[in-house]
Design a protein around this ligand. Structure first.
Ligand code: HEC
Ligand code: HEC
Length: 268
């Protein structure tokens, strides 16, 4: 008992130093705060409308809902309102599906970043009607994406070249001046295919990508949710700074323990 207490007492100083170090590290190098990944169930994972859906039947409700929920910013006839929101003529079912399926729209205020939300006041059926209505103004259809047809090495290379600068190589996102870069952990392949075509908010557009390239990127994004950690612990997959910090703290702990034990021996 007293022996155990003795060991505990001996460990108290190094433990305190390590805890202090961790606290200091978290102040000195705050972890990037990416937009949290949403659970698989939080958003619709598949397109709101299928190629065969009966759009005509949805249009009257779509028009009514649009006037109610969207026209204050996008205008009665979807031509946009200067200083508030862009025209939706020609954005197609593709953009409507992306912004409604991920609950980015309706936005609360015109200057907000349109981020993904777990849900909003619109039901799936209502969103489908609005997508059909916006589709009547022309523009690209909802894309088809087949990650299983893509190539993982090609997807990794494309992601590193085109996307990692913002989303970080294992797609955990981060913070950019004036914008949050989302973590892609919770996204569906369809989100990838739509986002590269739209270039939402400050993201660039990647319309020159072939279908095979998009399939490959979608495959890599799915893979990056659970990368194989050949080197050991992933430590959040946010790069060398936290990895170095952990190494440093473990080393400091080992060093202090050694000093302490040597000290005990020599004073005895
Ligand atoms: C200039 C920085 C930048 C680059 C480069 C970039 N993105 Fe993005 N991306 C963003 C931002 C910012 C958002 C959030 C947009 C919003 O708020 O609606 C985003 C959103 C997304 C989304 C939607 C995420 C969600 O939670 O709904 C996907 C998917 C995506 N990006 C994939 C990609 C892919 C794939 C590439 C490369 C081909 C790429 N991005 C390149 C900045 C970038
Ligand atoms: C408070 C104002 C506001 C409301 C309400 C609103 N939007 Fe938006 N919407 C915006 C803004 C601002 C943008 C541009 C966002 C950006 O810069 O990425 C936008 C962008 C969009 C886009 C993308 C356009 C493109 O160029 O790709 C779609 C689609 C969209 N909104 C649909 C809707 C729908 C559907 C509704 C109603 C359910 C709606 N919005 C309600 C402000 C609003």
């Amino acid at each position: 008992m007293s022996r155990a207490r003795g060991i505990l007492r001996r460990l108290r100083a190094p433990v305190a130093v390590v805890c202090g170090g961790v606290a200091l590290a978290s102040v000195a190098a705050p972890a990037p705060s990416p937009v949290p990944a949403l659970s698989q169930a939080a958003n619709e994972r598949t397109a709101l409308l299928a190629p065969t859906s009966d759009r005509a039947a949805l249009l009257p409700e779509g028009r009514r809902l649009f006037v109610d929920a969207c026209s204050s910013c996008h205008g009665e006839d979807a031509r946009g309102i200067a200083g508030r929101a862009p025209s939706l003529r020609g954005v197609g079912e593709l953009a409507a599906d992306f912004y409604l399926r991920t609950n980015r729209m309706p936005l609360d205020a015109p200057d907000d970043q349109p981020t993904r939300h777990p849900s909003n006041a619109l039901s799936t059926q209502q969103k489908r009607a609005i997508v059909a209505y916006i589709g009547t103004f022309g523009g690209p259809p909802i894309p088809e994406v087949h990650p299983e047809r893509g190539s993982l090495p090609a997807g990794r290379r494309l992601f590193a070249e085109r996307c990692a600068g913002c989303h970080q190589i294992v797609a955990r996102g981060g913070q950019a001046p004036g914008a949050q870069i989302p973590d892609l952990e919770g996204v569906a392949p369809l989100d990838v295919a739509e986002a590269v075509d739209i270039g939402p908010y400050v993201m660039s557009r990647f319309r020159s990508l072939s279908d095979h390239e998009v399939d490959s990127i979608a495959r890599y994004v799915a893979y990056a949710k659970d990368p194989e950690d050949h080197g050991g612990w992933g430590i959040g997959h946010i790069g060398p700074i936290p990895e170095g910090m952990v190494t440093w703290l473990l080393a400091a702990f080992a060093l202090l323990l050694t000093i302490r034990i040597i000290g005990e021996r020599t004073t005895r």
